[in-house]
Design a protein around this ligand. Structure first.
Ligand code: TA6
Length: 299
């Protein structure tokens, strides 16, 4: 019977939690409620963490699963309803909460699984320039697989419009050998071709910088990694859009906390609510964005 371990630790300036259960190990930073890494016994890591990761207050850690909320990417590329909530000029990429202090609400331990509950409440921690009254809760369940759920509660009388993403970095043997199942036939916007709309023919593979927003995505997307003999399944709920990103050679050199050659060993698939799939909540309405990550051998 593998033992369950829940350990709080300080990594440089960040309070983190290391959870070992059912042969899996998760590392999470309270700042941003950011999953940093996740691996299963006897396997290569599933969630990629940069070898140059920095654990600094007020700065997102490179890798893991940053939470992009209440907008994804460049605010100006979002629908007007999402933009309207932010009253300042300097909109940071990927929203306002991925480098903020979240509050640990509790840790549940049951046979074979541990769940961490974190929250961000704008009543206690206002977001400068964003006036809505909302409460975010993020729960991460570590077991044989990894599950996470991000709930947005609109406590404002006014309607709330957000875009969001679980910006998951996955570890791969060599991105040049990898393909992605589930995207064939999906429309996508290629942000590297001035957001031109295209249709995905066959399974995406990687031969250059890739930065695409897929629409009408199915519930299951899978990374096929022959180098490590595995498929990584992403099972999403509450999301019908996803971002596919690899920086490749030149952009990798410009990224913070990112070794020049690290592009070969990571791939982002970000299950999200973007563009026509944004979340619109009336007063007191909630939305759940969920993701389960599992790995199976390629037979
Ligand atoms: O999700 C893809 C993306 O928007 C890329 O364009 C790249 O900027 C990446 O996110 C990482 O963004 P960050 O602000 O974390 O460096």
């Amino acid at each position: 019977m593998s033992s369950t371990q829940v350990e709080r630790m300080e990594l440089d300036q960040l309070t983190c939690w290391r959870i070992r259960v059912a042969g899996s190990e998760l590392l999470l930073a309270q700042q941003g409620a950011q999953i940093l890494s996740y691996r299963q016994e006897g396997q290569q890591p599933l969630i990629w963490l940069s070898p140059e990761a920095a654990y600094r207050s007020g700065q997102s850690v490179r890798g893991g699963v940053p939470i992009c909320w209440p907008w994804f990417g460049d605010l100006r590329r979002n629908p007007d309803s999402v933009q309207a909530h932010y009253q300042q000029a300097d909109a940071p990429a990927h929203g306002l909460v991925r480098a903020e202090d979240w509050q640990l609400q509790g840790i549940d331990e049951e046979d074979g699984e541990v769940t961490l509950h974190l929250a961000y409440d704008t009543r206690n921690s206002p977001l400068p320039g964003w006036q809505q009254d909302a409460r975010l809760t993020f729960s991460v369940c570590v077991a044989q697989d990894l599950s996470m759920r991000l709930e947005t509660l609109n406590r404002d009388r006014a309607p709330l419009a957000i875009s969001q993403a679980l910006h998951s970095y996955f570890a791969v043997s060599d991105v040049r050998q990898v393909s992605v199942e589930g995207m064939h036939g999906c429309r996508y916007l290629d942000t590297l071709q001035d957001w031109r709309e295209l249709n995905q023919e066959g399974e995406p593979t990687f031969t250059a910088e890739t930065d695409r927003i897929y629409l009408d995505t199915p519930a299951r997307l899978s990374i096929v990694d022959p180098g490590w003999g595995r498929r990584i399944h992403l099972d999403a709920r509450g999301s019908r859009s996803a971002v596919l990103w690899n920086p490749w050679i030149e952009k990798a050199k410009r990224l913070s906390q990112f070794p020049d050659d690290a592009w070969q060993n990571m791939l982002c698939i970000e299950t999200a609510n973007l563009l026509e799939d944004i979340v619109q909540l009336k007063a007191d309405e909630r939305h759940l964005l969920e993701l389960r990550i599992s790995s199976v051998p390629i037979v």
